[in-house]
Write a protein of this length. Structure first.
Length: 294
């Protein structure tokens, strides 16, 4: 068989399974030269012709646009659209965090887009469950300038519930003290804002109670001594002084904490003198701590 036969066979729309050839005349696409059942020649390579079964390509979000320039707003739009969808939320938050570390300034410029997605996640009670992924994003957005006051309030609240609460779980005295200082400042600021948005204020109070709960294991730990007990008692005292600004459910949680603190003080041979209070009084019994020699 000559070279022309090979050319005709290779260019034909219907490719035969075998092309006889007494000698090797060069490689032919989709064929292999060998001595087989039909004689010597070119046998069609079905594996090469058909190839492996095609896998369904997964949808991915790339940071690279045409020319290698990152279109942050468009990318964030796609990622934020994935937030709230059970199968995609975790991956989306990971990618938002990665993009933010690479393009922090651009992320802050598009802060309202991300804040809207975080609010949606918060409405489904998923913000706390994904705290380790949300906290870095919130930290990067805290310095954003083009945000509304309501956005700033939510960012500050998320900072308390995600970052500060997590810091209060540490046994590092320096980190714990810094976190408790932040809680105390937030309590004072909340007490000064009498006419602030009640929705935002209620969320802030919830976040502060989360901080108390996070710090509590350090308070009860025998190894923490005064480094955890003193600052936490100061913060609870400050909250108790403004307990009527808390909702009834929040007051119940706050009163429970103050009762536990009082019991702890008794175990340390402290003798409280007047533990009674009038229901719904504006001053909680903990307010007496430090004033009457407890």
């Amino acid at each position: 068989m000559g070279e022309s036969s090979l050319s005709q066979s290779s260019s034909s729309s219907v490719r035969p399974p075998f092309v006889e050839s007494a000698r090797f005349d060069g490689a032919m696409a989709g064929y292999e030269f060998k001595l087989g059942e039909l004689g010597q020649g070119y046998y069609k390579s079905f594996a090469e012709e058909e190839g492996p079964p095609l896998k369904k390509k997964k949808k991915t979000v790339s940071f690279e646009a045409a020319g290698g320039v990152v279109d942050v707003k468009a990318t964030l739009g796609r990622l934020c659209g994935m937030v709230g969808k059970p199968a995609k939320t975790r991956k989306a938050l990971e990618m938002i965090g990665t993009l933010g570390r690479q393009e922090t300034k651009a992320l802050r410029e598009n802060a309202p887009l991300v804040i809207k997605a975080l609010r949606q996640l918060e409405s489904t009670k998923g913000l706390g469950d994904l705290g380790p992924l949300c906290a870095p994003v919130v930290e990067m957005l805290l310095s954003a300038e083009n945000v509304e006051e309501s956005d700033k309030a939510d960012l500050a609240t998320w900072h308390l519930s995600l970052t500060i609460a997590n810091d209060l779980r540490t046994d590092d005295t320096y980190i714990f003290a810094a976190a408790m200082n932040h809680v105390t400042e937030a309590l004072r600021a909340l007490a000064e804002r009498k006419n602030s948005d009640e929705r935002a204020a209620s969320k802030r109070r919830d976040a502060l109670l989360q901080c108390f709960a996070a710090a509590w294991p350090n308070y009860t730990s025998s190894s923490s001594s005064t480094w955890a007990k003193t600052p936490l008692e100061i913060a609870i005292l400050l909250a108790a002084d403004n307990r009527l600004s808390f909702s009834s459910t929040q007051r119940h949680r706050l009163d429970h904490l103050t009762t536990l603190v009082r019991a702890s003080q008794r175990r340390h041979n402290l003798k409280p003198r007047d533990l009674l209070r009038i229901p719904e009084a504006s001053v909680h019994p903990m307010h007496q701590v430090g004033q009457r020699g407890y």
